[in-house]
Design a protein around this ligand. Structure first.
Ligand SMILES: C[S@@+](CC[C@H](N)C(=O)[O-])C[C@H]1O[C@@H](n2cnc3c(N)ncnc32)[C@H](O)[C@@H]1O
Length: 365
């Protein structure tokens, strides 16, 4: 299975769509906004382009995609005003893999641009929005053509999953995985992230900025990941002959959650960027804010609702990959069972958390 061809988030605006199940990713963007502000202010202290070129890599499709555009415009607008500069013209390049639901983004553009004009007034610089399909592990833009690269919640996806290495029942690293499996995942991450940095350093102008967020891990604390329960659920289905054993035996998820140290090591080794900041924020993947604007409060929602929320968040991201391997007909059953496992886990642990790394880099001259 070629990851590039099958990896994408659930399309459309339906109940299981990414667009309707990406509140956690929205929270991640909110957490990273102060870092984005710092990065743009520091870029503007050196370069004041007439046309600011920004790429969002792994943009997916849904409210978060254009929220990123809005955030950048607001920050640049206030930075330019503070510096008594005319706001630039904006050119955004929205990138994702070929199967991404770009049409859904395009359909929301007229409303977005109209609201932008109402908010900012006619004198505000124009905003051009382009789509750039393709993998961010290959070149996407000409040399020295971008001022800012943004990528939120995407870089934990690898270009391909490591081959199965004795982890028959699991589809991802767990605490019981063999050492060879850890090694294979780390090596794939190092190779991919190094390649990503090298390519972006070619595409960014000197002193261009990059703000990245990705799911991470922390060796000092054990976090239960959403992915590990998928393996357990699939294994149960194999035992009940609902899924062919061979299909589980040949499948690993193409995703790795690096530690802060692993991220730093690759940045230093690759050498094209200076690390401005790298911090980790711990977020709740077990029903953080089911309704927008409602503070996370464990008493407000019953466990069933929390498990439903978490299952939809995971389904929106993993269903296309799992469907390609295990068949569409198994998906409802898989996620029903998955939800029951989440109910048990919430009862055991109460809070399901994961660390997200927020990284700010500047390209060396
Ligand atoms: C969880 S979504 C995040 C989307 C959005 N940035 C947000 O914050 O809501 C991750 C996205 O990264 C994309 N992605 C994964 N690997 C990629 C690659 N190699 N090249 C481009 N996009 C990729 C996926 O298709 C998916 O749409």
């Amino acid at each position: 299975m070629d990851t590039e061809q099958v990896l994408h988030m659930n399309h459309g605006m339906g109940d299981n769509s990414y667009a309707n199940n990406s509140i956690i990713q929205k929270k991640v963007m909110k957490e990273a906004k102060p870092i984005l502000e710092e990065s743009i202010m520091s870029l503007y202290s050196i370069i004041q382009p007439q046309c600011l070129k920004v790429a969002d890599l792994g943009c997916s499709s849904g409210p978060n995609t254009l929220q990123m555009v809005s955030n950048v415009i607001d920050i640049v607008d206030s930075t330019s005003r503070n510096m008594n500069l005319k706001p630039p013209v904006f050119q955004f390049f929205l990138n994702d893999l070929f199967e991404n639901d770009f049409n859904n983004i395009f359909k929301s553009l007229p409303q977005f641009l109209e609201t932008l004009e109402e908010k900012k007034g006619k004198k505000f610089g124009s905003c051009f929005i382009n789509a750039t399909p393709g993998t961010f592990y290959k070149r996407l833009f000409p040399d020295d053509s971008l001022h800012l690269v943004h990528s939120s919640f995407s870089l934990h996806w690898l270009s391909q999953a490591p081959k199965k290495l004795g982890n028959k029942e699991n589809v991802h690293i767990t605490s019981t995985s063999p050492a060879a499996m850890h090694k294979a995942y780390v090596e794939q991450f190092q190779k991919d992230f190094k390649q990503f940095l090298k390519l972006r350093s070619q595409e960014l102008v000197p002193k261009g900025g990059m703000v990245l967020t990705l799911i991470g891990s922390d060796k000092t604390r054990e976090f239960r990941t959403a992915w590990s329960l998928i393996g357990i659920t699939l294994n149960d289905m194999v035992l009940e002959n609902l899924i062919e054993e061979i299909k589980l035996e040949s499948f690993n998820l193409p995703s790795y959650d690096p530690t802060i140290e692993e991220v730093k090591e690759v940045i230093e080794e690759e050498g094209s960027f200076t690390l401005q900041s790298l911090e980790s924020v711990v977020l709740d993947w077990g029903a953080a804010n089911i309704n927008e604007g409602v503070e996370n409060n464990n008493n407000k929602f019953d466990i069933n609702m929390k498990a439903e929320f978490t299952t939809k968040f995971v389904r929106a991201a993993l269903e296309p990959l799992l469907k390609a391997q295990f068949g569409e007909e198994t998906m409802d059953q898989l996620f029903l069972r998955y939800k029951n496992k989440i109910v048990q886990l919430i009862m055991e642990l109460e809070i399901l958390e994961f660390p997200t790394h927020v990284i700010s880099l500047v390209k060396n001259v």
